[in-house]
Design a protein around this ligand. Sequence first.
Ligand SMILES: [Ca+2]
Length: 199
Amino acid sequence: MKKAIWTLTAFLMFLLLIFSTAGAQEKVNLAKGAPVKPSISVEAFGWFAEYVTDGMREFDEGTPIRGWSSAIRYFYPEIARENSTQWIKIDLGKVYTLAQFDLYPRPDGSNAENYFPIDYVIQVSTDDKAREQEDASDEFWTTVCTVTDAPHPDAQVQVHAFEPVAARYVRIKATNLRDGGDGYVFQLAEIEDRWITDP
Ligand SMILES: [Ca+2]
């Protein structure tokens, strides 16, 4: 009986070790709540730039959509009627080693397909000049992921893994947009990152 208790105790300790280790390895999303800067933003109807890092990937009750949208035809007809380069960047607050970025398209039916870009890059930087930069040039950025001819995402998360890299600033830059009903628009419900070393 005593042996059984010890065996059970050892087993429980083992389980505790497994779960505590798993917890330590769980990668928090550093982008959550991080300040963002977009090329342009609708800032209406639940499309606010800060919503792309608000931790909500899908719909919120009472708020139909929570994410970032570049110019739509209703507000910016001159911009939305032509294909253009649109971007949004995040400041993680300090340098981390990152290895993955997940992009969540808007989750509502056909709209999920219309406004996810066709061609885009994920870029990182540790240079503070990248934070203030207003244009789309690559001067302060290192491209870690290049996507061309991206399929329609069907409202599914798009995972991008890459070689671990030091990064404080991250930019998602789309160079080829889909023409949805609101024009050529880049929209994302949420951006999340995965880091590989303790912050
Ligand atoms: Ca969101």
